[in-house]
Design a protein around this ligand. Structure first.
Ligand SMILES: [Zn+2]
Length: 97
């Protein structure tokens, strides 16, 4: 009856409130291309992070949107935190125990 319709509406309101709390501003990362020297912002989905055994084998990579070059750059601890926190897909090359 009309009562069940009302409770359904309330449920929807709660759900949308939760959705609003969960949604975050889209994360973008500033990057530069060593090939064409272009500077641009990349979404998390455009970046790949590879974590190796040491910081020397830990890097992030992306494809330059301006010249199409694949760029690979070393990622320090802070960058790794930033990228993983921003939802960048991470590949673990070596598991550190
Ligand atoms: Zn480029």
């Amino acid at each position: 009856m009309s009562e069940s319709a009302t409770s359904g509406a309330v449920g929807m309101t709660v759900a949308s409130a939760f959705a609003g709390m969960r949604s975050v501003a889209p994360v973008v990362f500033r990057a530069g291309c060593p090939d064409c020297r272009g500077r641009f912002e990349l979404a998390a989905s455009a970046l790949r992070l590879a974590i190796g055994a040491t910081s020397r084998t830990t890097f992030y990579s992306f494809t330059c949107p301006e010249c199409g070059a694949s760029v690979r750059k070393p990622a320090g601890e802070r960058i790794v935190e930033l990228l993983t926190g921003g939802g960048v897909s991470t590949l673990r090359l070596h598991s550190t125990l």
